[in-house]
Every structure is written in C-alpha cells, then in structure tokens.
Ligand binder design. Structure first.
Ligand code: PLP
Length: 455
C-alpha cells in the first residue's frame, strides 16, 4: 500500500513549496526531481510565502519614518506581521515580538540582555546556537539526559544547587536538530519557574513541525528562524517577556533604536533609547523577511497544523520503519524509540563513511541530506560514542570495524515533502547498503564528491 493510501482521508497532500519541479543530474546519467530532505537546515519556501512576497514587492517601501504612501503601507504590514507572529505563538499581553536575523541572532540578543550576574543552565546536548551565546553569564552545562524525565530531574537538581538569589535562565530546545526528539518543555518550564528561573525555548526545529504556544508551554521567550519555517528571507524572531529586553542596552546601537540624540555641552552625546521593541531593532528592518514569516504562520495555521503534523508523523514512521529494516543502519537517539519526535532522523551506516553515503545519495539518487555533526558536536559525539577525531578521507571506511563513526547522516522533511521523496530515500539506503555505491568518490575541499569517471 502506498504511503498516501495508508493515511487517513483527513490528511492533506503536501503543501506546495518552491523547487518541487527542479531536476538534478545523476552521476550515472539522466535527471531526477530533486528530493530536498534537509529541511532541518533550511526548508524550501512555501509557494504561498513566495506569492505573498511577490504580491507585496511592488508596494515595498521604507518603514517607520517615511512620509510617503508606500512607506506607511509597509509600516502597517511590518507591524501587522508582528501581530500575526504574536498570535501564531500564542503570546501573552505585554510580550514583545522582536524581528531578528535568525534563531542564533535571537539567542545572542537575549544573551546580551540578561541582567548582570545571571546564572544560565543549558544542556550540553543543545545546538551551538543555544550552547554558546552566554558569554556574559555564569553557565552551568548539564549532562546528556537519557530520558525526558531525567532531563527534568537533572534541571531541578542543578537549579536547586545553583540558583542563589540572582536571576537565572534555562535555555532548552523544543526538538533536537539531531534526533528530532521533542523535549519536555512544559515540565522544564515548571521546574525553572519553581526555582525562580526563567526559560527560553529554542524552537528552531519545533516551530516548523509543531504548534508552539508560549503561554500554554509557560516559557518566557521563544526563538525561531524564518528559513526553517518555509520563509527564507533572512528573518528570525525572539518573542516573550518585555522586562529584561526593555532594561537591557540596545542589542545594536543606531537609528531606529534611539528616540532622541543630542550633543552635550561637554562634547559627548546623550541618547534616549526606545523602550519598545524598536530598542533592539536598530537599523532598517528586514520588512520582506518579517512579512514572509507572517505569511508562513498564516499558511500553516490555515492548512490546519494538526493535520500537517499527522501527515509528517506518517512520513516519519515510514522513514524509521525503512531504516529499521536495514541492520547496518543505526539511528541516533537520546530518549529511545518511543520518544515523540519531529521529521528529523540522524543515523550511521556500518562500514560506511557518512560523507560518502550522503554524497552517493545525492549523486546517484538526487536526494539532498546532510552529513557531519550538525552544529551540535557534543551531542553527536555522545550519541556516536566517539572522541574528537576527524572523519577519514571519503571513500575509505570511516572507522575500523567496531570503532565508533566520526560523523553522521541526517534526513529531515516537513510540510512540503511528497511521499515519493521518502520512498526514494528508503529504497536508496537499502540499495546502497546491499549493493554498494555505483561510483567512486574522493575528498575535495573537505567535501566528498564523485570522481570524474566511474573508476
Ligand atoms: N537551534 C536549533 C535547534 C537549530 O537546529 C538551529 C539550526 O540548525 C539553530 C538553533 C540555529 O538556527 P539559525 O542557523 O537559523 O540561526
């Protein structure tokens, strides 16, 4: 039975995305439609987002201070986009929605805004965007939990031991960009608040796959990126409590963040900074990016997010079942088979160099996945049981038999993924493992690429 036939009739077809008709060459000859299975890095743009942006583009103008008609229209659209995102995230009255460049930018903004002396608690399993920005805080890195319950217990213990009187912040991912596993955010938020700490949710991987409700989860801030939410126009979001943001120095100093600037008689400059979101949006904002995010939020909501989740879960079940039939494949997991997860699966293949495997999926099957450590080095190394070695030359087995692999392969998908891409991926993995690559590969510029001839 085909995957579509196995789905309940309530489940939609994939949402139309750009690139669905792009053909890519195969090293073995001919062309196939590109199977974009690297959504966790950047998802294709929704057609709807592209169309909305194209319809708005002729009316584009400078925002906020422009006196002209199109400036005022663009200002309205920019502020309406903020309101749409606030609604999409279930923001509370008084929450701010700051437009940033990305999740990384959002978390760096928050890191710059935490009060002096803040204790930050972060699991070592996080993406580097969550792990690294806390340069002005006291950071406690928490070890990798092996169950969601252990994550909550670990955090509780650390907070009990580590929060003195000062401010504290927990930073946690909603869904892992490595395992796809969903973290117990509500429980972690309750633990944080019970100890007087605040919590920021890195929703880079959760928001594109799952409704995120800031009030319902009871998190203080949410960060996500437009380009993972089908809106690749260089925008991101930090949404949540206004107080720390309003009390902090502006993230960027410049026009837009300043209300009034005057020379002092002693030769210096006095600045009166805005206390609204404008405080952290200095410079000309990315209006198209903000509008694109709002368009994606509307598209997901109108399509019925629950039904999109249901369809993605069917794709995920197909991928996991397909991989489980290949004994040489080991899927990476922190929380085990039963953990709820989004459409992100990382794995290694016994006897294969992961980069070589990913290159063969691309060159011989037209499938785009990712290989490496996925900007979550400590987590992937823990899951592989590997030290810090460098992956071997492409073409040679990555590790001696019995030794851990040094990097992994990640397949990820979402609302635009047709069944055929997932079926092609599962068949390709089976065939590559059973029959080997049809081509030879070499390392060039740090990437694994096909040799010029079959060899
Ligand atoms: N957090 C997670 C969980 C991610 O997967 C990523 C990107 O892969 C980021 C943060 C950083 O997102 P961006 O590169 O858009 O800033």
């Amino acid at each position: 039975m085909s995957l579509s036939a196995a789905l309940p009739s309530s489940v939609h077809a994939p949402l139309p995305v750009l690139g669905r008709e792009v053909l890519v060459p195969l090293v073995t000859g001919g062309e196939v439609p590109y199977a974009a299975l690297d959504y966790a890095a950047s998802a294709p743009a929704l057609q709807r987002v592209w169309d909305d942006v194209a319809a708005y583009a002729p009316y584009y103008g400078s925002v906020h201070r422009g006196a002209g008609h199109l400036s005022q229209l663009s200002t309205d659209l920019f502020e309406q986009s903020r309101a749409t995102v606030a609604e999409f995230l279930g923001c509370r009255p008084g929450d701010q929605v700051v437009f940033t460049r990305s999740t990384t930018d959002s978390l760096n903004l928050l890191a710059a805004a935490v009060p002096a002396g803040t204790n930050v608690f972060v699991f070592e399993t996080e993406h580097h965007a969550s792990l690294l920005p806390w340069r002005n805080a006291e950071v406690t890195y928490l070890g990798a939990p092996r169950t969601p319950g252990e994550a909550v217990a670990t955090l509780r213990r650390a907070l009990a031991a580590g929060v003195a009187d000062g401010p504290a912040l927990v930073c946690v991912t909603g869904a892992s960009n490595v395992t796809g596993e969903i973290w117990p955010v509500r429980e972690l938020a309750a633990a944080a608040h019970a100890h007087g700490a605040r919590i920021v949710l890195d929703a880079a991987q959760l928001a594109p796959h799952h409704p995120v409700d800031i009030a319902d989860l009871d998190v203080d801030w949410v960060a996500f990126s437009g380009h993972k939410l089908y809106a690749p126009f260089g925008s991101g979001v930090l949404a949540g409590r206004a107080d720390w943001l309003t009390e902090a120095e502006p993230y960027l100093a410049g026009g837009g963040a300043s209300r009034r600037v005057a020379r002092r008689t002693d030769g210096g400059v006095d600045v009166d900074w805005h206390t609204t979101v404008a405080r952290h949006e200095a410079g000309s904002p990315n209006v198209i990016g903000a509008y694109a995010i709002a368009s994606a939020c509307r598209a997901l909501t109108e399509a019925g997010f629950d039904r999109l989740v249901e369809r993605e879960q069917a794709l995920l079940a197909r991928v996991r079942a397909g991989l489980a039939q290949v004994p040489e494949v080991k899927v990476l997991s922190l929380f085990g088979d039963d953990a709820p997860r989004v459409g992100v699966v990382s794995f290694v293949v016994e006897g294969w160099n992961s980069s070589n495997f990913a290159a063969a999926l691309s060159a011989e099957y037209g499938i785009g996945v990712r290989d490496g450590l996925f900007c979550a080095h400590p987590l992937v190394r823990t899951l592989l049981g590997a030290g810090g070695g460098e992956p071997g030359e492409c073409g040679a087995p990555e590790a001696a038999p019995g030794d851990p692999a040094l990097n992994a392969i990640r397949v990820s998908f979402g609302v635009g993924t047709p069944d055929e891409h997932v079926e092609r991926f599962v068949d390709a993995v089976r065939e590559l493992v059973a029959e080997g690559a049809k081509w030879r590969y070499r390392t060039e510029g740090g990437r694994c690429v096909p040799e010029r001839d079959r060899g």
